[in-house]
Design a protein around this ligand. Structure first.
Ligand code: SF4
Ligand code: SF4
Length: 383
């Protein structure tokens, strides 16, 4: 039975200008412009369904129709907007700066509040609430670290990095070997709420974020989804591992070198959507930092074209692995490409975990790469 979906007043206030300025140019649907790095736009259209209702323009058309009182079936709307990776590519390709991905996210919020969500989304949301995060909390040396960083570093690892064998464990060992104290701020391994926000449970996500003990000190956040979520809540103390490392290296307090007791592979950098420039997102400069850091270490052959702001999503985000696992795997395989035997390095641990699960390529995240192939030390001349 069809169920109508009235939109709240805030929808028009927030997105009215986007809804009525869309030029219907279809750039966000199927643009191809190789000179600009645009090789199609939407991972969902490419690897799940070519129906326009799944596209950014589809979200705009849907929201406008709902606003004008057209009785679309809420279940069908939910099926479409929750089968989106939330990658934002439709926004980076829109020539007039509209926000179709944000509109899709807002439709998720409305649907979630009305309790009209696909069964896999409901199950994923319930799992997160029950566990306190996207993965089972895993024990590791990161849990036993010092309570006060002193001249060390405060860290919020986040769900993906805390998973068994994840980046947090590797990072703990890397920092300890350098004699750098780490104060882990994971508050009993609770999610910061980013994973709930992605599934449309925006109010709950805000409450989880506000409930975190931030300690009021600058801290490194490992997952970029977490970092974006915390910053969106006004947390100006949150920054990234790369920003911390870059600052320490530039300030002469830290030194970094390749280990000489392991063979270091050639590295291919792969973009993560959470670092894509989006309206209302505080930008990080981490892709440039990664290119320069790894280039300086001599481990990347060719980073020309990285980062490509139009790179297609690998399928890790937006709940895609829960809603449409086969489509999410196809996205990962397409993202990784053919026979390249380079180690694939992507800055966001969640992308790395999804890519590794979906292929035989060797894939790593930045923290795990640094821990395995580099040696960090306090610089002898540092202050
Ligand atoms: S956010 Fe990404 S997956 Fe979703 S509609 Fe836009 S381009 Fe497609
Ligand atoms: S949202 Fe932007 S890119 Fe998409 S159809 Fe409208 S104007 Fe074109």
């Amino acid at each position: 039975m069809s169920r109508a979906l009235p939109l709240p007043a805030w929808f028009d206030e927030r997105f009215g200008a986007d809804l009525y300025h869309c030029a219907s140019c279809n750039y966000c649907v199927d643009a191809v412009w190789p000179e600009r790095g645009l090789h199609h736009v939407c991972a969902t259209l490419e690897h799940h369904s070519p129906a326009p209702g799944y596209s950014g323009r589809g979200f705009i058309d849907t929201a406008r129709a709902l606003l004008e009182g057209v009785a679309l079936d809420a279940g069908s709307v939910a099926e479409r907007v929750f089968t989106c990776t939330t990658c934002g590519n439709c926004e980076t390709s829109c020539p007039i700066g509209l926000r179709p991905a944000a509109i899709g996210g807002a439709l998720r919020e409305v649907l979630s509040a009305a309790d009209v969500v696909p069964a896999p989304v409901r199950a994923a949301r319930d799992r997160i609430v029950e566990r306190g995060g996207t993965s089972e909390p895993a024990a590791g040396p990161w849990q036993a670290a010092a309570a006060t960083p002193g001249d060390g570093v405060a860290i919020f690892a986040g769900c993906a990095a805390r998973a068994d064998g994840g980046a947090a464990t590797a990072l703990a060992g890397w920092l300890a070997a350098a004699g750098i104290a780490a104060a882990w701020q994971d508050d009993g391994a609770r999610c910061c709420g980013a994973a709930l926000a992605e599934l449309g449970a925006v109010r709950e996500a805000g409450a989880w974020r506000d409930g975190l003990n931030r300690g009021g000190v600058p801290r490194v956040v490992l997952g970029y989804e977490c970092l974006n979520h915390l910053r969106a809540g006004g947390d100006e103390n949150a920054s990234s591992l790369l920003a911390w490392l870059d600052d320490g290296l530039a300030g002469g307090r830290l030194a970094l070198a390749l280990r000489d007791d392991v063979a270091v592979p050639r590295v291919r950098l792969l973009e993560s959507c959470q670092l894509k420039p989006r309206p209302a997102r505080a930008l990080t400069d981490d892709e440039r930092r990664a290119r320069e850091l790894l280039g300086g270490l001599g481990v990347i052959d060719d980073a020309e074209g990285y980062p490509n702001r139009h790179a297609l999503c690998c399928g890790a985000a937006g709940g895609m692995p829960d809603v449409a696992p086969e489509s999410a795997s196809r996205m990962a395989a397409a993202r990784l490409g053919g026979d390249d035997d380079a180690l694939v390095l992507t800055l966001d641990g969640r992308c790395a975990a999804h890519l590794a699960r979906s292929s035989t390529h060797e894939v790593t995240d930045l923290a795990s790469f640094l821990a395995r192939y580099t040696r960090l030390s306090r610089a002898a001349t540092g202050s």
